[in-house]
Ligand binder design. Structure first.
Ligand SMILES: Nc1nc2c(c(=O)[nH]1)N[C@H]1C(S)=C(S)[C@@H](COP(=O)(O)OP(=O)(O)OC[C@H]3O[C@@H](n4cnc5c(N)ncnc54)[C@H](O)[C@@H]3O)O[C@H]1N2
Ligand code: MOO
Ligand SMILES: [Mg+2]
Length: 399
C-alpha cells in the first residue's frame, strides 16, 4: 500500500507536461492554461493621464499669485481620446478622467475643489505637484512579464492581456479525460429509482471538477458490475484520450471489476493508498494512456481527487506548481481512535475561529462536503485533542 506522499510523487513523476498548443482569441481562452509568458511591449497606461474630471495646471502658477483662491484662464479643453496642446503658462486646461496630461502641467485639481467662472477657473483647494495624474507605465512597465506560463486564464488575466493590445493567447491543448462510472445500482438523476438503486452523484462531482481545471471530458457513462463490460469501457476510454478516470469498483468485492479489467486491458501500477477516505485508489495504464481508478464512495472520490488527482492534472496541463495552503488552526474537537493511515477529516471554522468536524466522517456522507470548508490533515497513529494545533487545508486554498 502506498503512502500519500508516494502516491502523490508517483503521479507527479508520471505527469508528462503538455506539448501541443494553440492560439485562441482572448474570449475563447477563458479557463485555459497559458502556454508561454506574456511580456508587455508597451507601457500601460501608454501616457500620463488624468485620474479626475477637473483642471490640469502648473502648481507654480497658483502659488505665484499668492491669492487664497487663485484664478486661471482656461486655455484648452481635453476630453479623453483627444491630443492636447502644450499647456500655456499661467493658464489651466479643462480635463476629463483618462484624458492625456498636456505637457507643462504637473497636477490636476478636481472640479469639486474649483469654481468655474466663465472662461476661467478659481482654484479653492491647492493641489500637490503630481496629484491626480496616472503616470505612463504605472500599471505595467514595457518589457515586464505580465502573465506567466501555466496560469489558468480568468477574467483578470484576459483583461490584462487586452490592456496590452494582445488579441489572442497561446494556450495548451485541453487535456482529454475519458471517464466512466461502475455500478449496477447507479441511476441517472431525473429518472425514477428502482428498488436497490442510487443516483450517480460521483459523475457530477468528477466531471465538474475536471472541467473547472480546464479539461475536456468524454463521459463513457455508467458501466454495470461486469468484467467484460468494464474491459470494453476501458478500451473505449483509451481511444483518443490523454487520461482515463473511473469511479467505483476498485475495492475487494467480487463485484469490483476495475482492477481485473485494468490488468486485462493494460497494467495495474499500484492499488491502495494509506489514506482515509480514499484507500482503494488504483493507478495504471491502458496502452499509453494513464489510468486512475477512484473509489466509489462519494467522499473518497471527492477527497482523492482534491488531494491527489488535482496536482497531477495541474502538472499534466502545464499549470504552475502551487502547493495547497495549509493553515495551523486550533481544533475544537477530539478524535476517538488513532488509525494507521493518514486521514483527511472534513472540517470548518466555527465562530470562535477554531475547527469543528462534521459529525459523520464516513466516506459515503456526501453532505459533509458541502458543510465542510476544508480538510484537517491528520497523521497516521495520532489522536487530536481539543485545543491542539492541526494542519487545515481550506478547499479554496487547494490549487
Ligand atoms: N471488505 C472490504 N470492503 C470494503 C473495503 C475494504 O477494504 N474491505 N474498502 C472500503 C472502502 S475504504 C471504500 S472507499 C469502498 C470503495 O469501493 P469501490 O471503489 O469498490 O466502490 P463501489 O463498491 O463500487 O461503491 C462503493 C460505494 O459507493 C457507492 N457509489 C459507487 N459509485 C457511485 C456513484 N457514481 N455515485 C454515487 N455513489 C456511488 C456505491 O453504491 C457503494 O455504496 O469500498 C469499501 N469496501
Ligand atoms: O477509502 Mo474509503 O474512502 O475509506 O471508504
Ligand atoms: Mg466495491
Amino acid at each position: 500500500m502506498l503512502s500519500f506522499e508516494q502516491a502523490l510523487q508517483n503521479l507527479l513523476d508520471a505527469a508528462t507536461p503538455p506539448r501541443t498548443q494553440e492560439a485562441l482569441p482572448l474570449l475563447q481562452a477563458s479557463g485555459r492554461v497559458l502556454a508561454h509568458d506574456v511580456l508587455a511591449d508597451l507601457d500601460v497606461p501608454p501616457a500620463d493621464n488624468s485620474a479626475m474630471d477637473g483642471y490640469a495646471l502648473r502648481v507654480g502658477d497658483l502659488v505665484a499669485g499668492q491669492a487664497q483662491s487663485p484664478i486661471l484662464p482656461i486655455s484648452q479643453r481635453i476630453p479623453a481620446g483627444s491630443v492636447p496642446l502644450p499647456l500655456q503658462a499661467g493658464t489651466a486646461a479643462r480635463i476629463f478622467t483618462g484624458a492625456p496630461i498636456p505637457s507643462g502641467a504637473d497636477a490636476v485639481v478636481m472640479q469639486e475643489h474649483c469654481t468655474a467662472e466663465g472662461d476661467a477657473v478659481r482654484v479653492n483647494q491647492l493641489p500637490q505637484a503630481g496629484q491626480n495624474i496616472r503616470r505612463a507605465g504605472e500599471d505595467i512597465a514595457r518589457g515586464s512579464t505580465v502573465l506567466q506560463a501555466g496560469v489558468l486564464l480568468g477574467p483578470a488575466e484576459l483583461g490584462l492581456a487586452a490592456s496590452l493590445g494582445v488579441a489572442s493567447l497561446p494556450v495548451w491543448q485541453r487535456l482529454r479525460v475519458a471517464v466512466f462510472f461502475t455500478g449496477d445500482e447507479l441511476q441517472a438523476p431525473g429518472l425514477p429509482l428502482a428498488p436497490g438503486q442510487i443516483y450517480n452523484s460521483n459523475r457530477y462531482v468528477l466531471v465538474s471538477q475536471l472541467e473547472a481545471l480546464g479539461c475536456s471530458v468524454r463521459d463513457i457513462g455508467s458501466v454495470p458490475d461486469d468484467l467484460a463490460a468494464t474491459r470494453a469501457a476501458l478500451r473505449r476510454a483509451a481511444e483518443d484520450s490523454d487520461l482515463i478516470i473511473t469511479c467505483g469498483g476498485v475495492s475487494v468485492g467480487e463485484e469490483d471489476h476495475v482492477k481485473a479489467a485494468l490488468e486485462a486491458e493494460g497494467s495495474l501500477q499500484s492499488w491502495r493508498v494509506a489514506i482515509r477516505p480514499g484507500k482503494p485508489l488504483a493507478f495504471g495504464r491502458v496502452g499509453e494512456v494513464p489510468f486512475i481508478g477512484l473509489p466509489g464512495n462519494p467522499v473518497s472520490s471527492f477527497v482523492t481527487f482534491q488531494m491527489l488527482v488535482r496536482p497531477y492534472l495541474r502538472r499534466l496541463q502545464g499549470m504552475r506548481e502551487v502547493l495547497p495552503r495549509r493553515l495551523p488552526m486550533r481544533a475544537a474537537f477530539a478524535t476517538k481512535k488513532a488509525v494507521p493511515v493518514r486521514e483527511f477529516l472534513r472540517a470548518r471554522c466555527n465562530a470562535e475561529g477554531s475547527l469543528e468536524l462534521f459529525p459523520q466522517q464516513g466516506s459515503a456522507v456526501l453532505s459533509s462536503c458541502t458543510w465542510a470548508e476544508g480538510l484537517v490533515d491528520k497523521a497516521p497513529d495520532t489522536l487530536i485533542e481539543p485545543g491542539d494545533i492541526v494542519s487545515y487545508i481550506p478547499f479554496g486554498a487547494l490549487p
